[in-house]
Ligand binder design. Sequence first.
Ligand SMILES: Nc1ncnc2c1ncn2[C@@H]1O[C@H](COP(=O)(O)OP(=O)(O)OP(=O)(O)O)[C@@H](O)[C@H]1O
Ligand SMILES: [Mg+2]
Length: 302
Amino acid sequence: MKPFMCVYGHTNIDHLLTMAELPEKNTSGNVRSKKRHFGGTGANLATMASALGVPTALVSYVGKDMPPAFRDLMSSKGVLLDEMMEVEGAETPTVWIASDDHQDQVAYVFQGAMADMGDYPLQIKAAKDALVVHMMTGSPDYYLRLIEKPFMLRKKKSLDPSQEIHHVWDAVRFQKALSGSDMFFCNQSEMATALRYIGKESPEDLLSNVPVLVSTLGGKGARIYTRNETVDVPAVRTDVLDPTGAGDAFRAGFYAGLYRGKGWLECGLLGCATSSFVISARGSLESVPTWEMVEERAERLL
Ligand SMILES: Nc1ncnc2c1ncn2[C@@H]1O[C@H](COP(=O)(O)OP(=O)(O)OP(=O)(O)O)[C@@H](O)[C@H]1O
Ligand SMILES: [Mg+2]
């Protein structure tokens, strides 16, 4: 099957630790509970979009230690994994996140096989077949090389660096990548950094660099900006158990709409509906909804 979308991003092993109080430096603290989850921006989006019926391929770099159950989970949802690359001698990216009773968090990020992504040859088999190329966390230099490929002229290119916009990207490379893209995705803090990088004040100003801007607003839903209109999308009211993966889920629902030819508002509603399933359970890939579940919830929002 040919993919509709080719996603580039992380495939991570996430270890979530809970404790009463995060320890001070040079001390230790008891971990109350620990759980391993499968995650990473790329794996999350590719898995959830596939589960919603969008033919999706994933380009990601992992190690030999990649748990077979993780691969099986992605395949079972239909993710095309031909370009999930096992890097010789490297480990799968791993994140340890400790959170305490005051909602404080620390995260330790081990990049593993993704650390040297900027030096790897481009994987472009799925991208050549796909209509949409969605670039998430990962090396800016890799993505800039990808954008410059002649075949990419025919693709809808989405830039979505997520939290890495703050510490991995810089103004020069961001401006270049943004101007080579058709859509930009961000949350509220990422929007602030994007505006700082281009030296502008309001989200509308980004439209001189990129034609479509998809901005998620947490509990307030999302706003989609195009050069013709601005569309406000309400969130689904729900109890938040764990916000991890909310953004990735939004994108999955959004693309499930685009794939079926829906308009901006419906795409946004489908995004919010998909997120609402993911934030009401722990881990990102433990509560992946089906198209029917998402469609029904999005219709109720209208
Ligand atoms: N408290 C909430 N109530 C309802 N929906 C929410 C809430 N928080 C997030 N969402 C949904 O998730 C979407 C994405 O959330 P947000 O803007 O926080 O993204 P994010 O910061 O990238 O998330 P993350 O990085 O934690 O996955 C929102 O557009 C909304 O639909
Ligand atoms: Mg996010």
